[in-house]
Design a protein around this ligand. Sequence first.
Ligand code: ATP
Length: 234
Amino acid sequence: MLEIQNLSVDYHGVHALRDVSIAVPDHGVAAVIGANGAGKSTLLRTLAGQTRQGGGSIKLDGEEIGTLRPHERLERGIVLCPEGRRLFPDMSVYDNIRIGAYRMRDARKYRQRLEFIYSIFPRIVERRRQIASSLSGGEQQMVAIARALISEPRILMLDEPTLGLAPKLILEVAKLVRTINAEGITVVMVEQNARLALKVSDYGFVLETGSLTLQGTSQELLSSQDVLSAYLGA
Ligand code: ATP
């Protein structure tokens, strides 16, 4: 269980997150929705240890992890697939994926993870020797997710995985989230595409200017008047 309590983050005195409390059960899919600048990316970066928290706590199975360094959180299986993919454009697809396993010492496990990844991304197998920048935006997104998956995450955090993708690929990402979750991986996704995020998730959280204003099952949020009018264009 991932438990975030009263989490606050300031950027030079400006509140990016204020007293945010979120609980995500093991094997769940949580969606965090909200407008531009609401603090969604800040939340994921803070969970990954890339942004310093101002206050509050982050616990994994009751253990405080908010004080751990990013690589120690990675070792506990907390893995971030960042917004904008951040691939190395001149390196091959395979090398980009391999980077995600840089702390893995067990060669057998590495091969197993690679097989798992190739089984869910058949197009990556075909393109593994190409340089990353030669792939389409959707394919690059898949490589970024593959790089995160190879490190054997327990909690996979996806920051705007559908941003800039064509509608057909957006549906593919949605299917992928379900496939990943079926492997027992907890998913926390941040999305501007609120409808999609709530459709693939079990729990939804709404962030507004750094504060959590609404939470519930995704079904509840999909039928909430506030969510409908503010985020679902109804
Ligand atoms: P977007 O979808 O636009 O990325 P978001 O909901 O992910 O939005 P954040 O990127 O977390 O929001 O930003 C939250 C607030 O913190 C915004 O006001 C943003 O301008 C500010 N912010 C984000 N990163 C920094 C930073 N490194 N330094 C200063 N302010 C920042």
